[in-house]
Design a protein around this ligand. Structure first.
Ligand SMILES: [Ca+2]
Length: 569
C-alpha cells in the first residue's frame, strides 16, 4: 500500500480551506449508546517497533486494530514516563498537572511530583455521563507510595472503581514493587484474586483487564466503561518468558545496521514516512561490540516483551468480541516515550554492588512486599538479582536494559531518545480502532497530535461535561483538541504544540519545529521536508526562530516551567 507523497500544505489545499475543525456528532452515527473507551499505553518503546509501524516484532493484534482502524504518523508524547502519564490522564501539559519532572517534590507548583487539585483525570471526567472506570498497570503520577501514607492520588481516589497494577514505575516483572489491588498492596504470592501458573506482570495486566471487562458486562451491561491499561513493557529490565524469547532466536544476529535499514524501507513502503527523508545517524558499530551474544539476547528479550503485550491485547480484543461490544468500543494504543538509551545493569562491574556487597537475607514470605524496584534486590525465592554482560537477560534474577544502540534501532528513522524532545524522544504510534465511529479504516492520518488530545477526544465522543470544579477547586480547561474530526477523515485545526523536559525544549507549529537539547541552543527544522531533523535551518531563518521562541516562552510562563536544572522552589 503505497501512500502518496504528502505535505500538510497539500492536504490543506485539497480540503480547500486551511484548517477548520469540522463539527462531528458527539457519538457515532447510528449508535445511541456511548462508546466504551480502552486506552492502552506501553512503556519505553520506539516509533518503529510494532509491525504496523515498520518493525519486525510480531504484533498481529495491534496490526489487526491498525488494519481496520486509523494510524497517526505524527502523534507525540512528552518524552518521559511521569509527565506523559500526567498529561494523558488530565488533558493538560504535565507542568499544569503538577508533574513537570518526575515523582520528587521540587518545591515549585509545576514540579510537585503529584497530580494537583486543579485537574481531573479522564476517569473523573467521564463520570458525568455514567461511565464506570477500571485500570490495570502502571500509575506513576503520585509521589505518595507508602502503604500507610496518603492515597488521595491513587487510582481509586482519581475516578477508577477498580485497580490492579503498580503505583510507581519500573520493577521486576516477576515481582513488581508497589503491586496493588484497589487501595491495598499485594504480592504475586498472596493475591487471592489472581493465581497464574507463572506470574509475569505483562500477562497480569492483560488478564486483570479481561476480568474487569467480563465483570462489567455481568454487573452493569447498560453502562459504558473506560479502561486504562498501562503496560510496563518494554521498559527495563529486559524480562520475558522463554517461550516468547525463543521466537526471536537468530532475528538480531546481524546487529543494528540491517535491522535499521529494513525498518527504514518498510516505514517508507507503508507510507508512514516520506521517501525523501534521510535516515538519522547510526548509534552503534556492530563490529566493535565485544559481547555480541549478550547484545543479541537483549534485543530478543525486548522483542519478546512486546510480543507478550500484543498477545495480551489480543485476549482483550477477544473478550470484547465475546461480549459483543467490540464495534462500539474506541480503542487507543500509544507509547509513553521513545526508545530508552539508559544503561541500567549494563556495566561490567555492577555485580560487585548488586551481588558481592548485597546482604541477601534469604527468601521472602508470601506477604512480604517487594521493597525494591531496582537492584541491589532479591527475587522472591531469595536469589540476588544480577546484571552485566556475563548475565543473559530474561529471567527474574537479571536486571538489564537493552541500551542506546538498540534504542536507536527502535527509534528508526529519528534522532535521540527518551528524555529528549527531538523526534526520537517524543514520537509515538497512535492506533485508533472503533468500527462504529471511525469512517476511514486502514488509513493514516498525518496531522500532528499530542497526548492532550486524548482527554478532549474522550469528552467529545462520550458527550461528557468536562468538570469546571473538583472538590471545591477550580479545574483548568482542557488544552487538547478532539481527534473525532480525524476519525471522519477531516483535518483538525492547526495549533502550536509545546514540550519541556529537563531543559530540553520544543515547539511545533505546522511544518516548523524549534527544538533545543539542553544545554544547547535552538535548532529549526521544516518537518514536512525533513522530519528526521538532519538540516538545521536556524541560521537561515532567524525570523521564524524568534517567532517560535516567543511563543514557547509565553507557553512556558503560562504553565509554570522553570529553568533547568531546577533551583530550590
Ligand atoms: Ca516510559
Amino acid at each position: 500500500m503505497q501512500q502518496p507523497h504528502w505535505t500538510r500544505r497539500d492536504l490543506l489545499k485539497a480540503l480547500g480551506l486551511g484548517a477548520v475543525a469540522l463539527s462531528v456528532p458527539a457519538r457515532a452515527a447510528g449508535t445511541s449508546k456511548r462508546p466504551n473507551i480502552i486506552l492502552i499505553m506501553s512503556d519505553d518503546m520506539g516509533f518503529s517497533d510494532l509491525g504496523c509501524y515498520g518493525g519486525e516484532i510480531h504484533t498481529p493484534s495491534l496490526d489487526g486494530l491498525a488494519a481496520s482502524g486509523l494510524r497517526f504518523t505524527q502523534f507525540y508524547n512528552t518524552a518521559r514516563c511521569c509527565p506523559t502519564r500526567a498529561s494523558l490522564m488530565t488533558g493538560l501539559y504535565p507542568h499544569q498537572a503538577g508533574v513537570g519532572h518526575m515523582m520528587e517534590d521540587r518545591g515549585f507548583p509545576a514540579y510537585r511530583g503529584d497530580l494537583n487539585g486543579n485537574c481531573v483525570t479522564i476517569a473523573e471526567a467521564l463520570r458525568s455521563v455514567g461511565y464506570r472506570a477500571y485500570m490495570t498497570g502502571k500509575w506513576h503520577v503520585t509521589r505518595y507510595t507508602d502503604k500507610d501514607g496518603p492515597k488521595h492520588n491513587w487510582p481509586l481516589q482519581r475516578g477508577f472503581e477498580r485497580f490492579y497494577g503498580t503505583i510507581t514505575g519500573a520493577g521486576n516483572f516477576y515481582d513488581p514493587a508497589t503491586l496493588c489491588r484497589d487501595n491495598t498492596y499485594v504480592t504475586p504470592a498472596n493475591d487471592p484474586e489472581y493465581k497464574p501458573a507463572t506470574y509475569y506482570y505483562t500477562d497480569a495486566i492483560s488478564d486483570n483487564a479481561c476480568r474487569y471487562i467480563r465483570e462489567h458486562h455481568a454487573q452493569s451491561p447498560e453502562k459504558p466503561f473506560f479502561l486504562y491499561m498501562a503496560f510496563t513493557a518494554a521498559h527495563w529490565p529486559m524480562h520475558a518468558l522463554e517461550k516468547d524469547i525463543a521466537k526471536y532466536k537468530g532475528k538480531y544476529d546481524q546487529g543494528y545496521d540491517p535491522c535499521r535499514a529494513e525498518r527504514f524501507e518498510r516505514l517508507k513502503k507503508l507510507g508512514l514516512i516520506r521517501e525523501d527523508w534521510e535516515l538519522s545517524p547510526q548509534a552503534g558499530d556492530w563490529g566493535n561490540v565485544e559481547h555480541k551474544e549478550w547484545e543479541v539476547r537483549c534485543m530478543e528479550v525486548y522483542a519478546a516483551m512486546i510480543d507478550a503485550m500484543d498477545q495480551g491485547i489480543g485476549r482483550v480484543v477477544a473478550e470484547l468480541k465475546k461480549q459483543g461490544t467490540l464495534d462500539n468500543t474506541l480503542i487507543f494504543f500509544l507509547q509513553d516515550n521513545g526508545g530508552c538509551a539508559e544503561g541500567m545493569g549494563r556495566a561490567a562491574n555492577v555485580n560487585a554492588k548488586w551481588v558481592d556487597e548485597f546482604a541477601n537475607p534469604g527468601p521472602m514470605g508470601p506477604d512480604d512486599l517487594q521493597p525494591k524496584s531496582s537492584p541491589p534486590m532479591r527475587t522472591r525465592d531469595g536469589r540476588p538479582v544480577r546484571g552485566g554482560p556475563t548475565t543473559m537477560p530474561g529471567p527474574a534474577d537479571t536486571y538489564i536494559a537493552y541500551g542506546r544502540n538498540w534504542a536507536n534501532v527502535s527509534n528508526t528513522p529519528f534522532r535521540e531518545y527518551k528524555h529528549w524532545v527531538h523526534e526520537g524522544g517524543i514520537s509515538t504510534p497512535l492506533i485508533c480502532h472503533w468500527p462504529a465511529g471511525i469512517k476511514s479504516r486502514g488509513t493514516l492520518c498525518h496531522d500532528p497530535g499530542h497526548l492532550i488530545d486524548i482527554m478532549a477526544t474522550c469528552v467529545d465522543v462520550s458527550g461528557a461535561d468536562y468538570p469546571t470544579e473538583r472538590q471545591g477547586q477550580k479545574v483548568q480547561p482542557m488544552e487538547g483538541m478532539s481527534l473525532a474530526a480525524a476519525f471522519q477523515g477531516a483535518s483538525p485545526r492547526e495549533r502550536p504544540i509545546f514540550w519541556e523536559h529537563e531543559g530540553n525544549r520544543a515547539i511545533r507549529q505546522g511544518e516548523w519545529k524549534l527544538v533545543s537539547k539542553h544545554p544547547g541552543g535552538w535548532e529549526l527544522y521544516d518537518l514536512d521536508a525533513d522530519r528526521t531533523e538532519m538540516h538545521d535551518l536556524a541560521s537561515k531563518n532567524s525570523d521564524k526562530v524568534q517567532e517560535l521562541k516567543t511563543l514557547w516562552e509565553g507557553w512556558a510562563e503560562r504553565c509554570g516551567v522553570q529553568p533547568w536544572p531546577l533551583k530550590k522552589g
